[in-house]
Design a protein around this ligand. Structure first.
Ligand SMILES: CC(C)(COP(=O)(O)OP(=O)(O)OC[C@H]1O[C@@H](n2cnc3c(N)ncnc32)[C@H](O)[C@@H]1OP(=O)(O)O)[C@@H](O)C(=O)NCCC(=O)NCCS
Length: 183
């Protein structure tokens, strides 16, 4: 397996990357068609960077980022590994490759939002997160450690919760915002 930069000159890899999105992100309405997913990838190539884990001609996973805050921050968006290849360290390697690219161009902070749309964390139990916002963040846990939410994957890679957007995807479906220093 190797990690390569995704460019507009690799139509087959781009199609495979697009095909992965609806499988991994069933809640993302805009990504459910091939055209919608390809448009998102083009946006990422235009406004940031993307890397793919490939074996031969096959794409196993990919990661993208958008440059925001005048280039001081990259927003990791999205990250996905083919379910048949999850748990083999590919997600970690993709994040590390993206961070290397970010540092090379002087990015200060990598940020990301990871939604809890499937009631997988303690945040999904709370109707009014505003009442004790930072208390709920401090007590954030997975509801089922056998099916952990990706926030704990990112925590293992050094990311910290920097905030939440309550009800981002409907009542009790928050977005968990995370960041990591690239300095
Ligand atoms: C999250 C995801 C990218 C992880 O990729 P992966 O290749 O399976 O992860 P890795 O094998 O590199 O795992 C790295 C570490 O994180 C842990 N980990 C993997 N998935 C995890 C998860 N969902 N929650 C918590 N920890 C996780 C692994 O156990 C491993 O720990 P270790 O180094 O102590 O063994 C992958 O599960 C995925 O594509 N999920 C669906 C899409 C998604 O949710 N993307 C993120 C949205 S923001």
């Amino acid at each position: 397996m190797e990690i390569v930069q995704l460019t507009a000159q690799q139509p087959d890899l781009l199609r495979q990357a697009a095909a992965l999105l609806p499988r991994l992100f069933p809640h993302a309405d805009d990504w459910q068609t091939l055209d919608g997913a390809l448009a998102e990838i083009q946006h990422i190539l235009d406004e940031g960077a993307a890397f793919a884990a490939v074996e031969g001609e096959r794409l196993l996973g990919w990661i993208g980022a958008l440059s925001v805050y005048d280039g001081h921050v990259w927003e990791l968006h999205p990250l996905g590994v083919d379910p048949a290849f999850q748990g083999q360290g590919i997600g970690r390697r993709l994040v590390e490759r993206l961070e290397e690219a970010a540092r090379a161009v002087g990015v200060s902070t990598m940020m990301l939002g990871t939604d809890d749309e499937d009631d997988r964390t303690t945040l999904s139990l709370v109707d009014d997160l505003y009442a004790d916002l930072w208390g709920h963040i401090a007590r954030l846990r997975n509801l089922d450690e056998r099916n952990p939410h990706p926030f704990s994957f990112y925590e293992q890679l050094g990311y910290r919760v920097v905030g939440i957007i309550p009800d981002a995807n409907g009542p009790r479906k928050p977005d968990i915002l995370m960041g990591k220093s690239m300095r």
